[in-house]
Design a protein around this ligand. Structure first.
Ligand SMILES: Cc1cc2nc3c(=O)[nH]c(=O)nc-3n(C[C@H](O)[C@H](O)[C@H](O)COP(=O)(O)O)c2cc1C
Length: 487
């Protein structure tokens, strides 16, 4: 059996109603609040396993608290040519280049309706049903309408919509993580979600939550951009991460050269690193969901310590089978008991410790006081500069008058103090008028720069006759070049 056939078979079994059920109660230490709603455990199934929403009940039944179906594309599409799913057994990893095979929005919608008819939201308060939205390969790379249609179509029937801009197998999709595109995409997504009709009938939230799913391959600057856009857009949470296009040197399996997204344990350090970076850039109030290579209770706990509210798994479940959710929950419970803390205490503590810090009221007061002091100091400095400047101008005028205008001196026998700094100025004035300083425009007349320099611009004025050669030269040169300098 090829890995893809095995995958199809597993989905069929879980969708048949004959799959085993996890009837054990989750230990209270595993409980977690998400957007004000209580879940019995933080273990979710990541997207890509149940692409067409065929096995929702079976997947909740084996013990996942969050089941994410999709990625679903608006129109049906076959995905990439086979083979496109590769096991890396020595690395317990997978490489896939499925390229969003999807039966399309209509079929997936009908599957969701059937599930909800049987299990209305009021009957399943601790299950989160998420729909992961992708886009058709035939849609232009920068076109966001597939996502917007997805929000309209699936928003009324899901708890959470995941905006997947991070699968490596659809050309151009990851480009939507770039700041400009992401801003436009998320603004439209949120606007469309906000425009949906409010639901009652036992839904956890009147409108679906919007979660962004990102790649583990973004660098620090790109994650900073993502964080800014997430904060500005009002997105409700982020999943970190999808599969990676990197190939760690530790890989030993024969298929490790295959193209596509790598998942499983080799992804773990990359997704955890991206997670930690994004956690430090977003306030604790925005929940982050850890995903990527989580295989044991200890792995899950490490994400909680870094501030994850929930975690998701795929590859380890694929290798381990239907008993996996129970196994990882038991391991996690064991770790929590040993440490004497609940999941919620650890994950909240992590988010508060490592999340971006909001400004506290007492800190804000200090910041304002400091800024006020700095402002007063600036005003004082400015006053000093203006006084000096006044003296400089007076001195410069006085020097010019004394040096070259006996008549002017006669008219003003008191004279002026010595000029200084004149060499840096271009000052021209009429030989018949006392020191005419004429700004060329309002904007140029006086401007105070941010550094506290006070440049005064003085326009050249042509001398009326040749009697003052030096000044005439300066004035002519300045007039010719349009040069206007500052004192
Ligand atoms: C075969 C396969 C198909 C996947 N398909 C999707 C998908 O359609 N949409 C998506 O957002 N992620 C998809 N993923 C990524 C997973 O949801 C998850 O983010 C990734 O595999 C990392 O988690 P893991 O290491 O526990 O598998 C797929 C992963 C695998 C292995």
């Amino acid at each position: 059996m090829t890995p893809e056939t095995a995958h199809r078979f597993a989905v069929r079994v879980l969708g048949s109603g004959w799959a085993p059920q996890d009837r054990a109660q989750d230990d209270p230490s595993l409980g977690v609040q998400l957007w004000g709603h209580r879940l019995s455990s933080p273990i979710g199934l990541a997207a890509g396993f149940d692409k067409d929403a065929e096995a929702i009940e079976g997947l909740f039944g084996i013990g996942f608290s969050w089941v994410e179906v999709g990625s679903v594309t608006p129109k049906p599409q076959p995905g990439n040519p086979r083979p496109r799913f590769f096991h890396l057994p020595e690395d317990s990893a997978i490489i896939n280049r499925y390229g969003f095979p999807s039966r399309g929005a209509h079929i997936v919608l009908s599957h969701l309706r059937s599930y909800l008819a049987k299990y209305p939201p009021s009957s399943a308060p601790d299950r989160i049903l998420a729909v992961n939205l992708g886009k058709n390969k035939s849609s232009p790379p920068d076109d966001i309408s597939d996502f917007i249609n997805g929000v309209r179509t699936f928003g009324p029937l899901s708890d959470v919509l995941v905006i997947n801009v991070s699968s490596p197998n659809t050309p151009g999709l990851r480009g939507l993580q770039n700041r400009g595109m992401l801003e436009e995409l998320l603004a439209e997504v949120i606007k469309t979600r906000n425009g949906l009709a409010e639901r009652k009938d036992g839904w956890k939230w009147a409108k679906p939550k919007i979660v962004l799913k990102i790649a583990p391959d973004l660098d620090k600057a790109e994650l900073e951009d993502v964080a800014e856009v997430v904060k500005a857009s009002g997105v409700d949470g982020v999943i970190v991460s999808n599969t990676t296009i990197q190939r760690p040197s530790s890989l030993i399996s024969a298929a490790s050269h295959e193209q596509g997204g790598l998942s499983g344990p080799p992804l773990y350090p990359l997704s955890l690193k991206a997670f930690r970076t994004l956690r430090s850039l977003l306030p604790p109030s925005i929940p982050l969901i850890g995903c990527g290579g989580i295989t044991t209770g200890r792995d899950a706990l490490e994400f909680a310590e870094a501030g994850a509210t929930l975690v998701q798994v795929y590859t380890a479940f694929g290798y381990d089978g239907v008993g996996f959710p129970r196994r990882i929950k038991d391991q996690l419970q064991h770790e929590l008991t040993a440490g004497g803390k609940t999941w919620e205490e650890i994950s909240k503590g992590g988010a508060e410790r490592f999340g971006a810090k909001p400004l506290r009221a007492e800190d804000a007061e200090d910041v304002l006081k400091n800024e006020g002091k700095a402002f007063l100091q600036d005003v004082e400095n400015l006053e000093k500069v203006l006084v000096e400047l006044d003296q400089d101008i007076s001195s410069a005028l006085s020097e010019l008058e004394q040096g070259s205008q006996p008549e002017a001196r006669e008219r003003d026998p008191s004279g002026h103090p010595e000029a200084h700094g004149v060499s840096e100025s271009t000052i021209a004035h009429s030989t018949t008028e006392p020191a005419l300083l004429e700004p060329t425009s309002d904007a140029e007349s006086a401007s105070i720069s941010a550094t506290g320099d006070v440049p005064i611009t003085l326009a050249p004025v042509k001398p009326a006759d040749d009697s003052c050669e030096a000044e005439a030269e300066i004035a002519t040169a300045a007039a010719a070049t349009g040069d206007v300098k500052t004192i």
